[in-house]
Design a protein around this ligand. Sequence first.
Ligand SMILES: [Ca+2]
Length: 373
Amino acid sequence: MKTLLKIIYASTVLLALHSVSQAQTLEIKTEKAILQVETVTDGLENPWGLAFLADGKMLVTERAGRLRYVSADGSLSEPITGLPDITVAGQGGLLDIILHPRFAENNQLFFSYNEPGQSGSSTAVARATLSGNTLTDVQVIFSAQPKIDTRHHFGGRLVFAANGDLFITLGDRGSRRDDAQTLNTHHGKVVRVQTDGRASVLNPYLQRENALADVWSYGHRNIQGAALHPQTGQLWTHEHGPQGGDEINIAQADVNYGWPVITYGEEYGGGKIGKTEQAGMMQPLHYWVPSIAPSGMTFYTANLFKPWQQNLLVGSLKFGQLVRLELKEDTVIHEERIMIGQRIRDVRQGPDGAIYLLTDQKNGQILRVTPKK
Ligand SMILES: [Ca+2]
């Protein structure tokens, strides 16, 4: 595979050997920097989410239902015990992980996963205390309804709002009907909850009949990337379109993002799904035709890559790219596609200012991206 990559990307990727670890380091020429891409670790089965601990370690989820520590030198711990039952099927399994904003005091974290139930499964979020190699006090704080037996479109990204509420992004579970357009299911929604699972006091449907109180925004297809804008504090999301029409949105309270009524995508195999605009439905900030299959998202804010500050970075599963978007306020003014050559599942800014990528493979990796000095 590595040899193949060399041939395919020889025009832009220079290979070098890292002299200390002997790990392979790729060099990639981009518009504003030559990047070095080093493999921190591999041997992860479809890693999905990443969280940085204060001691230089990371926590990484594997969709197959494992959570591990990764040390700074890339060694993997045994799986952390104490996870609940997880349905690993299709796109479902153990998904994202995020530390409590006061993790340093309480050792609490949150993770999303595909939770089994009588009528199928659904995206759920649990809170737990991390003590050594074990999770204790595991409590399910959110469980999407209804549970159904499809195996795709679970959403699953977790982001803390500035006030300490937790945003949970969801997917439509492939249930086209009008589920993403109705407020009494969690299909195709962003929800906003307090850390104990109660609806945020800021939510728009607290008093509305036939609406779930934890819903924040609706009309989404499948959101696998979300991040807070560093200046505005708003939640930015992207979502998968069908064939074409992947979108970036700012997920705002009581806004309808249109799926499946409006989309820039089309049916697999061709054919119109709907229209592209309708009154009362928000247009995306940016969309991709053809689809890039986006997963993972971060705003870059660190000093290590000064030319990339305030850029939005998005992973592409389909094209194996890191997509860099330059913004002017809420408008995308430039897009650069950086070929990494593996399906990118998550994109994070590390405490060291480096960019960390998870690759969606059976033998998945954590890649560390830095500018060449
Ligand atoms: Ca939309």
